[in-house]
Design a protein around this ligand. Structure first.
Ligand SMILES: [Mg+2]
Length: 234
């Protein structure tokens, strides 16, 4: 007789947890969850079948599914076309609801992006392995192709953020980013959970990076009071 693997036990427990938890609101990170990470952000790929599955999940959950990502919204829409899902982009600074309305948490940061990006482009322009990505309210410096320059990237981003009030720093997998202050994935989850069709459901956040920790924490805090993970897993 074969013992079940840890993975199958975990999958069984998760299925049981989901079954007992009532309606779910699902929050999904993009890179590393829906898309395969590639040497450059542009080269990421969404495996075949993911878009169709997302569409099915979205309707199974009555629309309570959102992508919560550091990427710009236009980027996510392009990768997931023809889907037009609720998306919290740029770490939640731009949040699109189910009805298509986009809420911006920190608008002031957007005005400073061109200047901040120009300074970073000037610093790293001579090295085409370092990608300075401009987003509407954030600037990311990707050093996946030049890992030996990581410390310098951190230093430069820290320096440009230190002299401005509208940004905070967030590090991810081979990327350091100046994002709009006040935005994080937890704020995005809290925003969605106040809206239809997410409110009142049990939030489930799936992510693979340090920036997802805020999303995990918010999801745990927002389990409806009549349900909690301890009683579900106990
Ligand atoms: Mg990720």
């Amino acid at each position: 007789m074969t013992s079940p693997t840890n993975a199958s036990v975990a999958a069984g427990s998760l299925a049981e947890l989901l079954f007992r938890s009532g309606p779910i609101a699902l929050f999904l990170d993009f890179d590393g969850v829906l898309a395969e990470i590639a040497p450059t952000p542009e080269a990421a790929t969404v495996p075949s079948g993911v878009i169709a599955r997302l569409q099915t999940l979205h309707s199974t959950l009555d629309g309570a599914l959102a992508v919560v990502t550091g990427r710009a919204m236009a980027d996510v829409d392009r990768f997931l076309a023809p889907l037009h899902l609720p998306v919290a982009a740029e770490h939640g600074n731009m949040r699109r609801s189910r009805d298509g309305r986009v809420e911006v948490l920190n608008e002031a940061a957007m005005q400073d992006v061109p200047e901040l990006a120009a300074e970073l482009e000037q610093a790293f322009g001579a090295d085409d392995r370092i990608i300075v990505e401009r987003k509407p309210s954030a600037v990311a410096v990707h050093y996946r192709l030049a890992p030996e320059r990581a410390a310098e990237c951190f230093e430069r981003v820290n320096a440009v953020v230190a002299v401005r009030s509208g940004f905070s720093i967030v590090a991810g997998k081979m990327v350091i980013e100046a994002r709009a202050a006040g935005a994080d994935k937890g704020a995005a989850v809290r925003g969605y959970m106040q809206d239809e069709p997410f409110g009142g459901r049990t939030p489930l956040f799936i992510g693979d990076d340090i920036t997802d920790e805020d999303g995990f924490a918010a999801a745990q805090q927002l389990v409806p009071v009549h349900r909690d993970y301890d009683s579900l897993t106990g």
